[in-house]
Write a protein that binds this ligand. Structure first.
Ligand SMILES: Nc1ncnc2c1ncn2[C@@H]1O[C@H](COP(=O)(O)OP(=O)(O)O)[C@@H](O)[C@H]1O
Ligand SMILES: [Mg+2]
Length: 150
């Protein structure tokens, strides 16, 4: 039934549980899983003043853009390990940038996604909210099935 499952991941516990559920569905349906991280900030190519001296003595290029990119890469790679451990065989990762909800919805349309599995909450600190703004907006705007995981 479901062939292309999209899991937007932000590194939160809730998104991690979404990956576990999605992996189990992918195994059941023989579906492909795409793990998508949306970078909200691309970051500057300037080396931050606080790191400039370390960067100079270590001869490494520590730009803000590189740091943010490696955080995004580590989020999708950890999610991929989890999905594989959960029995998903066909797992892809993707990194995009922009407004998270719009980017997730547009990715779903552009890549023929038939199910989005996401955390109900994410990294946000606002206690008491049942849903975060990203999961709320995606659930409202996506044209495919959408499952939010507590
Ligand atoms: N930048 C992002 N990239 C990919 N997925 C995201 C991103 N932000 C949120 N999500 C997805 O949306 C879910 C809900 O997060 P969100 O709505 O931001 O809640 P909160 O307000 O608690 O941060 C997350 O568990 C994750 O699946
Ligand atoms: Mg959030």
């Amino acid at each position: 039934m479901f062939k292309h499952i999209l899991v937007p991941v932000d590194g939160s516990d809730s998104a991690q549980r979404a990956v576990e559920h999605a992996a189990s569905l992918a195994r059941t349906y023989g579906a492909r899983l795409v793990l998508l991280q949306v970078m909200v900030r691309i970051g500057s190519d300037q080396v931050p003043a606080s790191l400039r001296e370390v960067a100079r003595t270590e001869h490494i290029e520590v730009t803000e853009a590189r740091l943010l990119r490696s955080v995004a890469e580590s989020i999708v790679e950890k999610a991929k390990d989890l999905a594989k451990a959960g029995g998903a065989e066909d797992v892809e990762t993707a990194i995009e940038h922009g407004d998270p909800a719009n980017t997730i919805v547009d990715y779903g349309t552009a890549h023929d996604i038939d199910l989005i599995v996401m955390g109900r909450r994410g990294l946000g600190q606002l206690a008491g909210l049942l849903m975060g703004s990203v999961s709320h907006k995606v659930a409202h705007h996506s044209t495919c099935a959408c499952l939010t995981v507590p």
